[in-house]
Design a protein around this ligand. Structure first.
Ligand code: IPM
Ligand code: MN
Length: 366
């Protein structure tokens, strides 16, 4: 197959980790006879520096033409002055909105060899296989914002509006339940319906969609505070977890503790399945720009390489190729390749590029 992949490296470690994922995609494309073309675009802080806009028109045009988008990370201390009007993160939110990718899939598996680097008891981590489905284009992230200052420029009040429509809840719940059918047929919906009106709507709509359209999938509800605790106490209990934008952001960073490092977790953001052609998607690791280690060649590229696997699976339907990447990453970890975020204290670690080499070597073997 032929496809154009937009690559948006972004800030911090973004360029370092996307470079490794592109190497892997190129190699796999060549081996399996796919013509993948790659074109880079600016997003985030680098785009503000070069064009004054975190999502410049050229990048918008590129992603609209592309069949899929691979992204590194955005943000960093250089652009985090609280009074700044233009911020790197706005570029990412605008991109998610532009692509209409309302469902953010964040799978959490625990590689047995990494369970030791997790701070939790190893026996708790056996059989953990959770798929978070985070609503990505609604809620607090996208509601109207205000920030009032007095004449001296001091903050007086601020607000973020949280709105969800039934339609926004229905479509993300359908994605979650459809995927659950191919797994253990269990969906947990997380909300804060004892306090929030949007959560009461979320719970009502989720219950209706599941009852009417997915009677073969069991549904459970949990309050976000209680689930945040349960997730660390009995993580193997969960299958598919669907939740709103902000809760999903927070809970998936928490879930990264189960995997041993946030550096290994990928994500896929998808929209509606079109009747023909490729499903639009945005693929990015769940970690951020990690300014503390950027430019040193030591970031973990696994989350981005695994995001490339999700790209092949969800946008191009290339299941064998996606699985080949996942096996190669898993085998590289089993063989002892570890970037600094995953090593035991005092043990030797490899560089970003060496981890990429180790994955490539294993893809060559398949
Ligand atoms: C994520 C990130 C983003 C988010 C930021 C960078 C806007 O934390 O993808 O989890 O909050 O969605
Ligand atoms: Mn986040």
């Amino acid at each position: 197959m032929r496809a154009l992949i937009a690559v948006l490296p972004g800030d911090g470690v973004g360029p370092e980790v996307t470079a490794q994922a592109v190497r892997v995609l190129r190699e796999l494309g060549e081996r399996r006879g796919h013509e993948f073309r790659f074109r880079e675009g600016l997003i985030g802080g680098v785009a503000i520096d070069q064009q004054g806009d975190p999502l410049p028109a050229e990048t918008r045009a590129l992603v609209s033409e592309a069949d899929a988008v691979l992204l590194g990370a955005v943000g960093g201390p250089r652009w985090s002055d609280p009074s700044a009007l233009v911020r790197p993160e706005q570029g990412l939110l605008a991109l998610r909105g532009l692509l209409g990718v309302f469902a953010n899939l964040r799978p959490v598996h625990v590689h047995p060899a990494l369970a030791e680097s997790a701070p939790l008891k190893t026996e708790l981590l056996a059989n953990v296989d959770i798929l978070f489905v985070r609503e990505l284009t609604g809620g607090l992230y996208f509601g109207a914002k205000t920030h009032e200052r007095d004449s001296a420029g001091r903050s007086v009040s601020a607000s973020d509006l949280c709105v969800y429509t039934a339609l926004e809840v229905e479509r993300v719940v359908r994605v979650a339940a459809t995927i659950a059918r191919g797994r253990r047929r269990h969906v947990l919906s997380v909300d804060k319906s004892n306090v929030l009106a949007t959560s009461r709507l979320w719970r009502e709509v989720t219950s209706r969609v599941m009852r009417d359209e997915f009677p073969d999938v069991t549904l459970e509800h949990a309050l976000v505070d209680s689930f945040a605790m349960q997730l660390l106490q009995a993580p193997a209990r969960y299958d598919v977890v669907v939740t709103e934008n902000l809760f999903g952001d927070i809970l998936t960073d928490e879930a990264a503790v189960l995997a041993g490092s946030i550096g290994v977790l990928p994500s896929a953001s998808i929209g509606e399945q079109p009747l023909t052609g490729h499903r639009r998607g945005l693929y990015e690791p769940i970690h951020g720009s990690a300014p503390d280690i950027s430019g040193r060649g030591i970031a973990n590229p696994a989350g981005t390489i695994l995001s490339a696997a999700l790209l092949l699976r969800h946008s191009f339907g290339l299941e064998h190729e996606a699985a080949a990447i996942e096996c190669a990453v898993s085998d590289a970890i089993s063989a002892g390749w570890r970037t600094a975020d995953c090593v035991a204290a005092g043990a030797a670690s490899c560089s970003t590029a060496q981890f990429g080499d180790a994955v490539l070597a294993r893809i060559t073997e398949t």
